[in-house]
Design a protein around this ligand. Structure first.
Ligand SMILES: Cc1cc2nc3c(=O)[nH]c(=O)nc-3n(C[C@H](O)[C@H](O)[C@H](O)COP(=O)(O)O)c2cc1C
Length: 222
């Protein structure tokens, strides 16, 4: 039964605080271990995410092995070079100063995967939008990210990799897509400003720039 309007609780300030404090972390990991019970809470939060047709199409591979992480970091470095090779002038100069991963410095990697066959063959709600399965995995990642922030941990999403490489490295079956390598662990601090903004790569846009009224492109005069 839904609550009468008068009983709707006030906004949970703590949640907004966590959303505002969440940062993508690359350089601030301490490398200290994450206590088992904390890791369990963070993974449980991820597993509580909504999913299309309750398919829960995610899996979490915990990667602590240093050799595996070094091999992944080498691959990320070569993909960083591929991206850098396509840049010129100021973009190339700015990108050269940006760190894009903390794979070895973090405490562990959490690789989140997407299994499109989970919950099938008839996934309720996915018949018209195949990507709805992938959206569900991203929600699990966001839950993990916010829960980690609430626990005082940092998370860094690394996407400078080829799916085939990561599949081979971790023995992920061919039908399962790796969606993210998340660097996780205690941090010295969570920066107030996103790294990309600090380095002058790109800034957060004002909310008004992405708001439309009734039809796409209709904006009130400012
Ligand atoms: C799908 C996705 C992939 C990302 N991949 C990388 C990455 O490979 N390396 C990196 O340093 N940051 C990566 N990020 C982090 C973004 O750069 C970061 O979220 C953005 O700059 C805003 O900063 P904030 O998360 O600290 O607010 C990724 C974020 C998302 C959502």
């Amino acid at each position: 039964m839904s609550r009468p309007q008068s009983e709707v609780p006030a906004p949970a300030a703590d949640l907004y605080d966590v959303i505002n404090r969440r940062r993508d972390v690359r350089g601030e990991f301490t490398g200290e271990p994450v206590p088992d019970e904390v890791l369990r809470r963070v993974l449980t939060a991820a597993h509580r995410a909504p999913s299309v047709g309750m398919s829960q199409p995610w899996d979490f591979v915990l990667v602590r092995d240093e050799d595996t992480r070094r091999r992944f970091r080498e691959h990320v470095r070569s993909e960083r070079d591929v991206f850098a090779a396509g840049l010129e002038g100021e973009r190339a100069e700015t990108f050269s100063r940006i760190k894009v991963e903390g794979v070895v410095e973090s405490s562990l990697g959490v690789v989140v995967t997407y299994d499109a066959d989970r919950g099938g063959p008839a996934v309720l709600g996915r018949h018209a939008i195949a990507d709805a399965g992938l959206y569900s995995v991203c929600l699990a990642i966001q839950n993990l990210w916010l829960a980690a922030t609430a626990e005082g941990l940092g998370v860094g999403w690394v996407s400078f990799y080829r799916e085939e490489f990561l599949r081979d490295l971790l023995g992920i079956p061919s039908g399962v897509r790796p969606v993210a390598w998340l660097c996780l662990g205690p941090v010295r601090e969570l920066a107030e400003t996103p790294d990309l903004e600090r380095h002058g790569w790109r800034s957060r846009m004002p909310l008004e720039d992405v708001l439309h009224h009734e039809t796409y492109g209709s904006r009130p005069a400012r």
